[in-house]
Design a protein. Structure first.
Length: 277
């Protein structure tokens, strides 16, 4: 898929132009994208807001007690990688075949009771690019492959705009391998149960760049909660592998105005990758 005219047509069909239109044969000038990114997000000014809830004061007595006794700091979420140590050690020795078989028969959390099938991942086992999403949806649960519904179509267009395609230098996985009921956001304990699988996939792949699609994917990789808007434009690391955080394609379908931001994030990830060459 190397025809520039065909690429423009695909981008037009996904309403990614003129915001995502390629100004050269392959990609928008990195210099232009960097200028846009710098004006919108200053990485040094970004902070991660870990405050998840505002204090509540149900009555005046509670207010007086709170004024006398400082509220203890809220404990951060337990890192997924710190749980299930014995199981994680076993998974860490598996090859691709054993790993995918273990994922398909996994019953480590309640999600296994509702699934049609587990969804390990798909793509090139020598890929430089790894894209990590949240979890399978209805179509993914039915077909056994990640990102095959409407969000998957948009992801394919994002890859196409970068000159990439599913299965060639790209691997796609999810933070959880089974569909959450009603496509809800995966819970932290569900991410924790699947984390050894994702860790082993990354170890076997040894990708050069990881793109986290959405907050649950970022949490699975970074062991911390982040806000996408504040994490954009920053380079994170997963055991020495660069990680870029951006919006999930399903979010972009609901908020098409943010497609431009996602495109900038992909160009940022590409620059990081090219700097390693």
């Amino acid at each position: 898929m190397t025809d520039p005219l065909r690429r423009f047509a695909w981008l037009d069909a996904m309403e990614l132009t003129p915001l995502w239109r390629l100004r050269s044969r392959w990609l928008i000038s990195d210099r232009s994208a960097q200028t846009q990114t710098d004006t919108q997000t200053n990485p040094q000014d970004v902070t991660i807001d870990t405050d998840r809830s505002a204090p509540r004061y149900p009555c005046q007595q509670t207010q007086r007690q709170a004024s006398r006794q400082p509220t203890p700091p809220q404990a951060p979420p337990e890192p997924p990688s710190s749980r299930f140590p014995e199981r994680a050690e076993q998974i860490a020795t598996m090859d691709w075949e054993a790993l995918e078989a273990a994922i398909r028969r996994c019953q480590a959390c309640p999600l296994s009771r509702e699934r049609t099938q587990a969804v390990p991942g798909v793509g090139d086992h020598r890929a430089r690019w790894l894209f990590v999403g949240e979890g399978p949806g209805r179509e993914e649960d039915r077909q056994g492959e990640p990102f095959v519904g409407p969000a998957g179509k948009l992801l394919d267009e994002m890859l196409f705009a970068l000159g990439l395609r599913r299965g060639a230098d790209v691997y796609i996985a999810n933070a959880v391998k089974c569909r959450p009921p009603l496509n809800r956001t995966p819970h932290p304990e569900e991410i924790a149960a699947c984390n050894p699988f994702l860790a082993r996939q990354i170890a076997l792949l040894a990708p050069r760049i990881i793109v986290a699609l959405g907050k649950p994917a970022a949490f699975a990789l970074l062991d911390e909660e982040v806000k996408i808007a504040q994490a954009r434009g920053r380079r994170f690391d997963y055991h020495g592998i660069p990680v870029v955080v951006t919006y999930h394609p399903a979010y972009l379908l609901r908020n098409p105005a943010d497609k431009r931001k996602a495109w900038e994030d992909l160009l940022f990830a590409r620059r990081i990758l090219m700097q390693q060459v």
